[in-house]
Design a protein around this ligand. Structure first.
Ligand SMILES: [Zn+2]
Length: 151
């Protein structure tokens, strides 16, 4: 019963969401990115099943390896604001470089912790006509996510 309720609320949130607003929120977050080393400024906006939208930006580090992506920074921020029981209904990722920026492998695995397989993820990708936003269900981005099942 709980999963049916969650699925219904996810559909409601996504249907009521103004897609251009989500895009603009992600673009604003990208403008706030800290990317002095690569100049690659990425923003993410995640829609939670509670109806809230939380944004994140990439934050680079001089060590490079400690850099955090926009998607994961949004998830960290969402948990800080709403607690560990968040459920992600949709994600949009953008960048200010007009470059393809699908979520990286690390972000896909972290998203898998909080997102439904049928939630939509929108990101810039190579298409036949150049770089354009595409939308895929999360299950197509990470079909075999690591999952800890001990039995
Ligand atoms: Zn990433």
């Amino acid at each position: 019963m709980e999963s049916t309720k969650a699925a219904l609320s996810e559909q409601t949130v996504v249907q009521n969401l103004d897609e251009s607003s989500l895009h603009e929120l992600a673009m604003t977050a990208a403008a706030h990115a800290y990317a002095p080393y690569s100049g690659f400024r990425v923003g993410a906006a995640i829609v939670l099943t509670n109806g809230s939208v939380v944004t994140g930006a990439n934050v680079e580090n001089v060590s490079y390896g400690l850099t955090i992506c926009a998607e994961r920074s949004a998830i960290v921020r969402a948990i800080a604001e709403f607690g560990p029981e968040i459920h992600i209904a949709a994600v949009e990722v953008v960048n200010l470089n007009n470059a393809p920026s699908p979520p990286c492998g690390a972000c896909r695995q972290v998203l898998a912790e909080f997102i439904a397989p049928d939630a939509y993820v929108t990101f810039p990708a190579h298409t036949h006509s150049g770089v354009a936003a595409i939308t895929l269900p999360f299950r197509d981005l990470l079909p075999h996510a690591f999952d800890l099942q001990l039995k």
